[in-house]
Design a protein around this ligand. Sequence first.
Ligand code: FE2
Length: 335
Amino acid sequence: MPSFLETLIDPLEAGEFANLFWDKTPFSCHSASRNIETVYSQINAISIESLFQHHDGKIRLHKINSLGQYLSVECKTLAEAQTSFANGTSVAFLNVESWLGLAQTIRDNLANILQISPTCFECVAFATPVGSGVPFHFDGTEVLILQLYGKKTWKIAPNAVEFPTVPFAPSCVTPIIPELELYATPESLMVPLDKITTIELKTGSLLFLPRGYWHETKSLELSISLSFVSQIPSLLDLLMNAIRKHFVKIPNWRCPIRPNGICYVDIEKDLKDFAADALVSVVNSELSRLGFENKKNSTHGWLNEIRSSDESRSENIKLYFNTDRKSVMKVKLCG
Ligand SMILES: [Fe+2]
């Protein structure tokens, strides 16, 4: 018996789906499965009213202000969200997998197909009034969208910036996050108008957007959709966490830096002590916690592509990978 998600992706096989996901290839599909009627019956159990009635987590409003600028703001109460929705504003219900059975099921199916932990995904339910949507932007995560109700148009385009670490919307009132400016030029942050593809989603349609893919949406009808947003960390995320976890245990590394520059830490010695084994074990244990361990016969494109050779230089840290490139073997600080 195919899982709920396998019915939705039919005629794609689970393995083909996983390959598209890890190969960072966008795709959309509308299931031709004979089991789709069963799926529809579960989708039909969800309504705008049930979202407003049962949701007790965070809510965000996605709106356009009088200057035509895009803004995403936290909403304090369900009553405010309901009023905003009635006035044409899109409402995002965060972490609905905590109470919505269908979202839990699909998240678990997704994690099972990709062979990673379910904690790598959270689900956001979007309720969008007719004619509403969000302008062109990109997110620093992978997103799998399931359209539950109504028709919604998506315009998507590839991003010249590979694997952005933060979201960005040209028309957003919020300025560019400084980290993005470290690796993206102003030209690379423009929507590639000649590469836009338009996709229309209806009940049961799926759309997968790789990390950083540009997208713009508009609801042709009152719409409800589920977005499964990846929380898969980058190697950079793991390294930064590992460094903090190690040095936060040493009091003098937690001490505020003094104006006279006197430091009670032997920086060179501490870094050398930390360098190899500690970092390797923390990174590998974090990979293990997320379900990436012991996949000797599988290919994790995201890790392999980080390294095209057996060593990596990042600032003053060098990583040595095992020959299977599935785990970090040694970390060395370089002068
Ligand atoms: Fe988005």
